[in-house]
Design a protein around this ligand. Structure first.
Ligand SMILES: Nc1ncnc2c1ncn2[C@@H]1O[C@H](COP(=O)(O)OP(=O)(O)O)[C@@H](O)[C@H]1O
Ligand SMILES: [Mg+2]
Length: 258
């Protein structure tokens, strides 16, 4: 179980400009939690703090009751896998090399048979079998993103944090990716936190939504409790219309020319 307790964060010395303000959150197990909110709301910073990549000004993040700061990085990497918003990979590597990186916390760079089995399984799960020897720059955007998720899967952690995994994906690949993320929960029993820009995807695929604005949580709960005019107008400073589609709240956020 992951619990976030009274987290405050600032990038300025002495904490003048608060980026996260008194964040409290209990992450739902074996479910998808979607983080939504406008640019700069603090979503990536929150994921960073929750994975011990960013030190908070105050507060703590507990995993099964233990403060994550007291867990060795290599042990924490066996519990939480993080796909950052932008991947800074400048070297030319193959899909297989990338996915093998995911095994690093387990293999320390020397893969055994079990590690290779995990790599193979992750590639197969993400429908990348046959593309192992392709270089990342030879893949379509959708395939490349699947390769990154395969790397995360190879890490074999109960918790998976994905920061805007739909970035640069077209509609078909975005829907495909959301289905895969859903299956991580339903088939593999993972606990997923995903930052999403598309609030309708959050409404359709998430079990729980956390809406952030200016470093605070403005609303959280079941999609139908958060995808409401009242919450969304406030979170995005915008005028929303909510309609029901297949039993879930869906939002429209523009008017057509008349
Ligand atoms: N490394 C950093 N140094 C200074 N300010 C930062 C840094 N990273 C993010 N910020 C600022 O913190 C705020 C929240 O950023 P971020 O967590 O990336 O928001 P989101 O992911 O919701 O768009 C923004 O105002 C951003 O400019
Ligand atoms: Mg972000």
């Amino acid at each position: 179980m992951i619990e976030v307790k009274n987290i405050n964060q600032s990038y300025t010395k002495h904490g003048k400009k608060k980026i996260l303000e008194n964040i409290n959150l209990t992450v739902k197990e074996k479910a998808i939690t979607a983080l939504i909110g406008s640019n700069g709301a603090g979503k990536s910073t929150l994921l960073g703090v929750m994975s011990n990549l960013i030190a908070p000004l105050s507060g703590e993040v507990l995993i099964d009751g233990t403060d994550i700061r007291s867990i060795k990085p290599c042990e924490l990497a066996k519990k939480i896998a993080v796909l950052k918003q932008t991947q800074h990979i400048n070297i030319r590597i193959t899909v297989e090399d990338l996915v093998e990186f995911g095994r690093f916390p387990h293999s320390k760079g020397r893969l055994n048979d079990f590690d290779r089995k995990k790599v193979k399984e992750s590639l197969a799960y993400m429908s990348l079998t046959g593309l192992e020897n392709r270089y990342l720059d030879e893949l379509s955007g959708g395939q490349r993103q699947r390769a990154f998720i395969a790397m995360i899967l190879a890490q074999d952690t109960p918790y998976i944090f994905l920061d805007e995994p739909l970035n640069n994906l077209d509609i078909k690949y975005s829907v495909e990716m959301m289905k895969v993320i859903r299956s991580l929960v339903t088939e593999l029993g993972k606990t997923v936190i995903v930052v999403l820009h598309d609030i309708n995807f959050a409404s359709a695929y998430a079990d729980y939504i956390v809406a952030m604005k200016k470093g605070r949580i403005i609303g959280e709960g079941h999609p139908d409790q958060v995808i409401t005019k009242e919450v969304l107008d406030k979170v995005f400073d915008h005028d929303f219309n909510i309609v029901s589609y297949q039993g879930r709240n869906t939002c429209l956020y523009f008017d057509c020319v008349s």
